[in-house]
Unconditional design. Sequence first.
Lengths: 230, 230
Amino acid sequence: MGDRQKKAELFEQLARVGKALGNGKRLELLDLLAQGERSVENLAATAGLGLTTASAHLQVLKQAGLVLTRREGTKIYYDLAGLDVARLYEHIRTVATDRVAEVRQARDGYLGTDHTLATDATQAQEVGRDELLAMAASGRITVIDVRPVEEYAAAHIPGAVSIPLEDLHQRLAELPAEQEIVAYCRGAYCVLAYEAVDLLRTQGRQARRLQDGMLEWRLTGLPIDVGEAA
Amino acid sequence: MGDRQKKAELFEQLARVGKALGNGKRLELLDLLAQGERSVENLAATAGLGLTTASAHLQVLKQAGLVLTRREGTKIYYDLAGLDVARLYEHIRTVATDRVAEVRQARDGYLGTDHTLATDATQAQEVGRDELLAMAASGRITVIDVRPVEEYAAAHIPGAVSIPLEDLHQRLAELPAEQEIVAYCRGAYCVLAYEAVDLLRTQGRQARRLQDGMLEWRLTGLPIDVGEAA
DNA sequence: CCAGTGTTCCATAAAACCTTGGAGGACGGT
DNA sequence: ACCGTCCTCCAAGGTTTTATGGAACACTGG
């Protein structure tokens, strides 16, 4: 094998990871896995894919070394291979958003333009991570996790209460009326917290969204809790 | 357009960048561009691609926002869109190498297994970036850049002398006999510096390779010089 | 304004990829 | 041992990339 050919082979192998990241469905799966491990069936249902399709995509991610599997009885759980993978995902997302106008358009279309405009008004809706820690420590705010319970169980911000978005309206009574509420969800591209804040405000509550979400929280190395109870 | 569909659209857009990174030829083009801007013809020739093929690949990279073009007279020069792109490339390379055994095999096959084994002996051949700066400042070493002259001109380590690998043998006399020589090239996956060190040693010189190369040097934010003269 | 160079655009054929359904394998429960 | 569940593997199809020539375009220099 010639030198030229070996070089091509090396780049072709490197491209394996790129290929794995080069499909919307797979990115969506990674996005879900960034919240914690899940079974194939769960992933397929959540991402709206056929079982075999999801399995095939997961296989590609596995071949690229991005995810790992763990068997528990009859189920197989997939999880990110490591925090470096989450970091890579976040990195590619940042570059895409910074460099491609169409990505920003698609994001605004999904999240709602009003949320993503970087006006002073919107900025005020967001709480920084350090700010959250400080305010939570002094008991000035209540932090709620509006993701599905299973994601809360996999990893959540210490002290946060789990109230999935769909339950929020009927569980309003659990939240102190006089305290500001900070909601968070999966990450920068997740709508749940935006909608939670909107809902709370229409109910006359003081509410803000945490800047980004769980993915970015983990990437900055901040502490997390695991388990179901609050 | 439903929520589900908008979400799919968002991920599909994000995947554009992944797709661009999901092809060996394109990664090779990025690797070359990480050294500095080049014309299409130059890129095609260096990467061993047909002119139209190279152009098509560059178009994909451009659509993904990874490269920019600049016209100068009759030629069009491509360049990385920014340091963030180089960082992303480096990131994907690191994850691929860490997580996929086949990538390591391909790398060893290209660079030569003897170079990549992390033994104490090989470690001693490598000079750290800070170490290089310190030794160069005190005049204890001569730093040579063994890449093609055009890449040296685009960006090089301050104080380094340009001696392309192919000229090295006949220009040995330019190098001080009693001083240690440090050679560098494009980056972690570039063979030139390895071969330069091998050549120098067989000629009885003291020689070591800089850890990684120009790409990583730039990413750590260290200073560079631009231009032809030494 | 013309000729010449360098690059992109277009059409086409070959290759690779995605999806889907069905067969098969591993495990737990009975 | 047998069945049900969950997942992977395999094969077939339809769709999307990729490579490669030739035509078209943009710019420079005369």
